[in-house]
Design a protein around this ligand. Structure first.
Ligand code: HEC
Ligand code: HEC
Length: 472
């Protein structure tokens, strides 16, 4: 412990002096999670550590949450009733199967069954009443009548999974200034082996790759007023970047989590994951048969693992530990933050217009926030707003207040560790980008000007920009 504290003190001091000399380094940027930053090694376990500065007792709670996050759920009825309730339909048997070592998921190899990349489903409104449900926030989407809001490709014994997601890629080459080029892969998604009959002809499909789990409690603690203050829905300042707040439910809660900011808080996202991804009910989302629809009679008739006391499969205490854990996965420190190449890359990041959406710095609230996360100066590189990202990234599937071309600015902290943690470098909402430069080159819409500047840069400048992103 003492060595750890000394190390972070040294880093703070080192960064402070770099700031004074250079005038570029924002003191504190080497600790993107503020005092909660983890100073454990930047290796494959880098995303598994708790917020720094936690009491021993709270570290025990974190460990319990970790165990539930890794737990492989079994189908009901089972001899271990505390572990049952899986499905009937599901995508994975544990949280960790998708959020690999608390990092992001993996795109399936050709022929491999998808786990951590799945398809969300819905249909457009057909009646004034359905339109009114969407407009009022009563429902975020209208489920596909048979398959619900997500394609579950697995099911408990005796029941069939819903079908198979397929993805094929077509490669295309983008020429960059200075004689360089990059090959992008453009995905096409399909569904085969449907077991419950045809899909609605107007079904809308959105592929989603599991994102990394770090720093979520800090993102949750950014004051709503700070996020909303950056929204510029009509681009009043004329910089080509607008940004809208996602609004959810009849109360219009601010959305922060998920690729389209479809969830307001970590608890909501976790309950949704238990129900939709694993098929487990919680007090927040008490659907013991997950995403089964009335059109799937066998699924609706399958046994549940409901706890006799609380009437749900994941009792409150287990759920609370999971949410506590999900809030407290620490953001790793950045020992290279003050290196000259990294600082030069950071300048380019700002000059290129990336920081208009990937806002470097935020300050967390002090009221009602866990002590480790309160009042911290953090560097998540996101405004948590929705932006139109152009036709190439559009999924054409609206979700609550987000339209078919909008996505939430992805936080960039920890992104340089993706390869180390997940064993792959696959970026964007569906993992189509096989590296950081590919991810940038898919940007369009409000980010088209920033993308164009990257295409025009010299190879050396592009190298510095990537150097900066890799240091995060
Ligand atoms: C089948 C794969 C899968 C499983 C299993 C899974 N997740 Fe996720 N998770 C995702 C995907 C995909 C997203 C992005 C969702 C979206 O865009 O709507 C996500 C997003 C999240 C987020 C929001 C992260 C962010 O940056 O916005 C949290 C929190 C989360 N999951 C928690 C959990 C918990 C807790 C469990 C276990 C109960 C779990 N997940 C199980 C795939 C999965
Ligand atoms: C108009 C807002 C906007 C601008 C400007 C912008 N981005 Fe993004 N960025 C986004 C959004 C939104 C996403 C998520 C898109 C998706 O997944 O489809 C994203 C995703 C990314 C990702 C992948 C993140 C992940 O977790 O997979 C990287 C890397 C990235 N941006 C870097 C940059 C860089 C570098 C620049 C400047 C050249 C830039 N962005 C400019 C909004 C923006």
């Amino acid at each position: 412990m003492i060595r750890c504290a000394t190390l972070s003190l040294l880093l703070v001091l080192a960064a402070g002096s770099a700031g004074a000399v250079d005038g570029v380094m924002v003191a504190g940027e080497q600790a993107p999670g503020g005092n909660a930053t983890s100073w454990q090694p930047r290796d494959r376990r880098a995303f598994l550590h708790p917020s720094a500065g936690m009491s021993l007792e709270r570290r025990m709670d974190f460990r319990l949450g970790d165990a539930i996050f890794r737990k492989l759920w079994a189908s009901s009825p089972s001899s271990t009733t505390a572990s049952d309730g899986l499905g009937p339909l599901y995508n994975a048997r544990s949280c960790q199967s998708c959020h690999i070592r608390d990092g992001r998921g993996r795109v399936p190899a050709p022929g491999e069954t998808a786990v951590s990349l799945f398809l969300r489903l819905s249909v457009p409104p057909k009646t004034a009443a359905e339109q009114a449900q969407l407009d009022s926030g009563a429902r975020p989407v209208l489920p596909e009548p048979t398959y619900g809001t997500q394609l579950q490709n697995a099911a408990v014994h005796g029941l069939a999974g819903e079908g198979r997601m397929t993805v094929t890629y077509v490669e295309e080459t983008v020429a960059l200034a200075g004689g360089e080029s990059v090959t992008l892969r453009r995905p096409t998604y399909g569904i085969t082996d449907l077991t419950y009959g045809p899909l609605a002809v107007d079904v809308m499909i959105s592929p989603r790759l599991a994102p990394a789990m770090i720093g979520l409690g800090l993102l949750e603690a950014i004051p709503e007023s700070d996020i909303v203050a950056r929204a510029d829905p009509d681009d009043a300042d004329g910089d080509g970047v607008s940004g809208r707040a996602q609004r959810l439910g009849p109360e219009g809660r601010l959305g922060r989590f998920g690729w389209k900011a479809g969830q307001a808080d970590v608890a909501g996202q976790s309950a949704d994951a238990f129900a939709g991804d694993i098929g487990l009910s919680t007090l927040l989302v008490p659907r013991s048969r997950g995403d089964c629809t009335p059109a799937q009679a066998e699924c609706m008739a399958a046994p549940t693992g409901d706890d006799p006391v609380e009437g749900v499969e994941v009792p409150r205490v287990l759920f609370d530990y999971t949410v506590f854990y999900a809030r407290h996965l620490a953001v790793p420190g950045r020992p290279r933050a003050a290196e000259p190449d990294v600082l030069a890359g950071r300048d380019l990041f700002v000059a290129t217009g990336c920081a208009a959406c990937h806002v470097p710095e935020q300050v967390t609230a002090t009221d009602g926030v866990d002590p480790e996360l309160a009042g911290q100066r953090i560097f998540p590189y996101t405004d948590l707003l929705l932006h139109d990202m152009g036709p190439d990234l559009a999924d054409g599937r609206p979700e609550a207040g987000a339209d078919g071309g909008e996505w939430r600015t992805a936080p960039l902290w920890g992104i340089g560790l993706t390869g180390e943690v997940t064993g792959r470098t696959e970026f964007l909402h569906d993992g189509r980008a096989r590296g950081l430069l590919e991810a940038i080159l898919w940007h369009g819409g409000e980010a088209a000007a920033a993308r164009a500047r990257v295409v025009e840069m010299s190879p050396q400048e592009r190298r510095l920009l990537i150097e900066f992103l890799s240091s995060l």
